[in-house]
Ligand binder design. Structure first.
Ligand SMILES: *[C@@H]1O[C@H](CO)[C@@H](O)[C@H](O)[C@H]1NC(C)=O
Ligand SMILES: *[C@@H]1O[C@H](CO)[C@@H](O)[C@H](O)[C@H]1NC(C)=O
Ligand SMILES: *[C@@H]1O[C@H](CO)[C@@H](O)[C@H](O)[C@H]1NC(C)=O
Ligand SMILES: *[C@@H]1O[C@H](CO)[C@@H](O)[C@H](O)[C@H]1NC(C)=O
Length: 408
């Protein structure tokens, strides 16, 4: 049920560095209060939250020529396919996943992904399906292993012990998946969801998984020609001006603005872009992905504090490769209960990351979501959380935050 998450797929951007002769003009009165960097789900969510709170002096700088970030469609062989996030994950549970009503409001075409019949659809290496009873036993064992891992995770948390990997918890049970079907299921349960193997996946952040525990275990595949990105556009249009054709024309959204430098001091921030523009603001909300932050495409002046740099560098941007193939005819079983079957490919991925602002520079993005990192709703909720912290600082002068780096 992967890819409902905003997969941390990185586009390789070639930045042309322009050396600028810079002189600052004093136009402080007209400066935006907040400069939001990045117009993906979290940046747009944060900007809307700020706008709703009356902070309308905003400027959104987006590096590409569109909004949506890693929620992005393309035309493949006459069909619209999603390059990034594809599922609404976590539906029909005790709480409402905030993305679900947005998808339904827009009447985006979705399909319930039914994995229930997977044990009838597990192929052997030597060809053909496993016998269902045999496969079923392996599925039951994998469920038990997951339940055991959840128990270990809960007990680690209760005794305030260090986090371990999922693989370490499997070793504790002396049940490291080793047969082909056990490994395929392990892959399905973990790599497919987290884009990395259990060896490097945090136990405490995944077992139990807040997305499924809180929002439900159902996942819906978004397959609408308008694209999953429609939800980001819909949020944007609730606070940005549009023309009669519904196109965003608001001058506060600036596309093709590649941010190169963020200067910050107790009196505000100065943001420089690749094309030589300079923007001043009271605060910056950085929603660039952790992958962009790691490549140092944005130069922070002064350098970010060491704990923040460590937090950024500690995490891997997993590369989740989606491959779309078009065949001249259907050679696979079709019909109810045959949509999914097990297969494997290489991935690498996630660790948890902490969220905390640095002076007047705040960070947001799915990677800053404590419970929902890696997911579209994580990006959306992180935008709201980060904006609320900033609003508290701007309006109530409460600029001290509980979230502190480990060890302080
Ligand atoms: C994709 O491109 C083809 C050819 O350019 C066009 O006919 C088709 O309508 C496009 N489909 C979508 C979903 O954008
Ligand atoms: C997990 O913990 C529950 C509650 O304590 C217990 O009933 C269950 O047997 C445990 N499961 C495993 C696989 O250890
Ligand atoms: C597909 O199967 C599920 C149960 O596995 C059933 O609830 C559903 O009605 C079926 N759909 C169709 C179109 O047969
Ligand atoms: C489950 O999958 C098998 C094998 O593809 C198929 O024959 C069967 O009809 C499916 N069962 C249900 C309930 O969908």
């Amino acid at each position: 049920m992967a890819l409902g998450r905003v997969k941390k797929t990185m586009a390789v951007a070639v930045a042309v560095v322009v050396v600028l002769a810079v002189h600052f003009t004093r136009t402080m009165a007209l400066d935006p209060t907040v400069i939001v960097i990045g117009a993906g789900m979290s940046g747009i969510s944060a900007a809307k939250m700020l706008s709703d709170a009356g902070i309308k002096n905003l400027l959104i700088l987006e590096a590409t020529d569109r909004i949506g970030g890693r929620i992005h469609k393309t035309n493949f062989s006459g069909l619209s396919v999603e390059m990034g996030a594809n599922w609404v994950e976590g539906v029909n549970g005790p709480q409402v996943n905030p993305i679900w009503p947005m998808v339904n409001k827009l009447k985006l075409k979705t399909f319930f992904s039914n994995y229930d019949n997977l044990s009838s659809n597990t192929y052997q290496q030597t060809g053909g399906l496993y016998k269902e009873s045999f496969a079923k036993a392996a599925f039951d064992m994998a469920d038990k292993l997951s339940e055991f891992s959840t128990n270990v995770s809960t007990s680690l948390t209760a005794s305030r012990l260090e986090d371990i990997s999922i693989l370490a918890s499997q070793r504790l049970m002396n049940m490291v998946p080793s047969t082909p079907i056990e490994m395929a299921l392990d892959y399905y349960n973990y790599d497919y969801e987290f884009a990395e193997p259990p060896r490097v996946t945090s136990l405490q952040n995944t077992e139990p998984l807040p997305t499924f525990t809180n929002f439900g275990e159902d996942v819906y595949f978004v397959a609408d020609p308008r694209g999953y990105e429609s939800v980001v556009y819909d949020i944007a249009k609730q606070f940005l001006a549009t023309n009669s054709a519904g196109k965003i024309t608001d001058q506060r959204l600036k596309l093709n603005k590649v941010v190169m430098e963020i200067r910050y001091s107790p009196s505000g921030v100065i943001v420089k872009t690749e094309d030589g523009s300079i923007y001043r603001g009271g605060y910056a909300m950085v929603s660039a992905s952790v992958g962009v932050l790691q490549t140092n495409l944005i130069n922070f002046q002064p350098d970010l504090p060491r704990w923040k740099i460590l937090a950024i560098y500690q995490f891997d941007m997993a590369i989740y490769t989606k491959i779309f193939l078009k065949f001249p005819y259907k050679f696979w079983p079709t019909g109810n209960g045959t949509e999914f079957f097990l297969y494997a490919h290489e991935t690498r991925g996630y660790y948890p990351i902490w969220q905390a602002p640095v002076g007047r520079v705040y960070f947001t993005g799915e990677h800053t979501s404590e419970h929902y990192n890696g997911y579209v709703h994580g990006a959306y909720l992180a935008g709201i959380d980060s904006a609320n912290m900033m609003i508290g600082c701007i309006k109530k002068k409460i600029c001290k935050f509980q979230i502190m780096p480990k060890g302080t």
